[in-house]
Design a protein around this ligand. Structure first.
Ligand code: LLP
Length: 439
């Protein structure tokens, strides 16, 4: 029998039926919907903690710092929960940096990536000790030169790392691949070598590391192995130019999670063994880094959240059934954007209701607004029936928007016996308030 703790949690880890009611940590989700309305994102603290613990455990014995990828779910309460577990964070915008500030993530444990950091944003950060972060991950030659210029002009020290584009195909969805040469992210080997020759001795900019992130929802170790090998070689070359060892490497995120029933994630111990082989070993081909950063997002959050929603109408025609929900692609974009699979279940399980295939759609005026097609579901299609869309904790709310002038939904966190509204539902007034009417 496989060691399931060596895998990431399944969608049903914290969300499952009790006495025919679909629950989060034993609390019927329908009760939460009665209290907080629909649609609603609900997260399980237990699931976040377990995911973090499994990842951390597999990496035991290595100098690993987890820097949670805030973009996966950037709610302040989630950030605080993950911060309290000991994580730092990976940020990709000034806005995320400000969130980290508000959530009290130690500045030294923050890394800042992003291809479009503006001069204004960088200059603001440079006023702070070490630019308010552990390190800035530089994604282009121009960005490096700008940081160097600003740091020297302001006479402020800053720590940077190169975001390396290793030209590795992560073999994941086209729209979430980031490590191929044609992708917009990171620097090439040649660019990194040039920069490390030219700026090795800079008075204010310290080149401290190299980071990679080759893509997301990766379910095979092969692309990781390929990227790690190339990265390890590049570390040798950069260190030779710098004349000293690098302080750290950052292996990015990308670990895929199970979305479909029974689907397996990577073996965490095999992933860890690979990290060890290349970055924590004195054996030939390996190297011993002082510090190893990881930037998991999805693997900590995806199966820690669901989106619950109510049926508004249904259309039952010969051989074709459509279930129309009060949520839409604006609340959860993944199915529309990536044809992503998300499990869907009824909040109330009834033996009297027959299983039938449904198209599950939202209320947005776009033909891509489908959560699922031909999905077997045990629902009748009656207004007010309730369903949960599973595995929605990562890239769910954080990618949501108010298209079609639909206010963004509320978020609830259940953790250690407490239920907390962690984001109130947006009102029409909130949504419209930045607009200025022409007189
Ligand atoms: N580090 C960097 C620099 C990243 O760009 C990302 C994700 C991560 C870490 C976290 O990767 P993760 O562990 O979550 O795979 N919206 C897409 C995913 C986009 C990921 C973008 N970058 C989705 O819903 O599938």
């Amino acid at each position: 029998m496989k060691n399931m703790k060596d895998r990431l949690i399944q969608p049903d880890y914290a969300f499952n039926y009790k006495k025919n009611e679909f629950c989060v940590e034993g609390i019927p989700l329908t009760e939460l919907m009665d209290r907080y309305g629909s649609p609603l994102y609900v997260y399980s603290g237990k699931a976040v903690r377990e995911s973090y613990a499994r990842l951390k455990k597999s990496l035991k014995g290595m100098p690993v710092q987890i820097c949670y990828a805030v973009k996966a779910n950037s709610n302040l309460s989630i950030l605080k929960l993950i911060r309290n577990l000991g994580a730092g964070c990976d940020l990709v915008s000034h806005g995320e940096w400000r969130r980290a500030e508000q959530a009290g993530v130690p500045r030294g444990l923050r890394v800042l990536s992003g291809v479009a950091k503006t001069a204004e944003e960088l200059d603001q950060l440079l006023q702070l000790p070490n630019a308010g972060v552990g390190s800035i991950h530089v994604e282009s030659v121009m960005e490096f030169e700008l940081i160097q210029l600003l740091a020297n002009y302001r006479k402020k020290p800053v720590t940077v790392a190169f975001r390396y584009n290793p030209d590795v195909d992560a073999k994941t969805h086209e729209k979430i691949s980031t490590g191929r040469r044609k992708d917009k992210f990171g620097l090439t080997r040649e660019e990194i070598l040039d920069l490390s020759v030219n700026f090795a001795q800079d008075e204010y900019v310290r080149i401290a590391g190299i980071s990679i992130h080759i893509g997301s929802q990766i379910l095979s170790l092969k692309p990781y192995e390929q990227a790690f090998r190339i990265l390890s070689n590049l570390c040798d070359e950069v260190e030779a130019h710098l004349g000293r060892p690098l302080d750290y490497i950052d292996l990015g995120g990308g670990i895929g999670v199970p979305y479909r029933p029974g689907e397996e994630s990577l073996s965490l111990s095999e992933y860890a063994a690979l990290v060890k082989k290349y970055f924590h070993s004195s054996a030939k081909g390996g190297r011993k880094m002082k510090k190893i950063l990881l930037e998991p997002g999805r693997s900590l959050m995806a199966n820690a959240g669901v989106l619950i929603s109510e049926v508004v109408y249904s259309k039952v025609r010969e051989n074709h059934r459509t279930l129309i929900l009060d949520s839409g692609m604006n609340d959860l974009m993944r199915p529309a954007l990536y044809d992503a699979y998300h499990g869907i279940v009824a909040l109330h399980q009834s033996r009297d209701v027959k299983m039938a295939k449904w198209d599950v759609v939202g209320g947005i005026c776009e033909s891509s607004d489908y959560f699922a097609r031909d999905r077997p579901l045990q629902v009748e299609g009656l207004p007010g029936e309730r369903v949960a869309i599973l595995s929605a904790g990562a890239y769910g709310f954080s990618m949501s928007n108010s298209y079609n002038t639909r206010p963004q939904v509320a978020e609830v966190l259940v953790d250690q016996g407490k239920t907390k509204l962690i984001r109130r539902r947006q009102t029409f007034e909130d949504l419209i308030s930045p607009e200025l009417e022409m007189k």
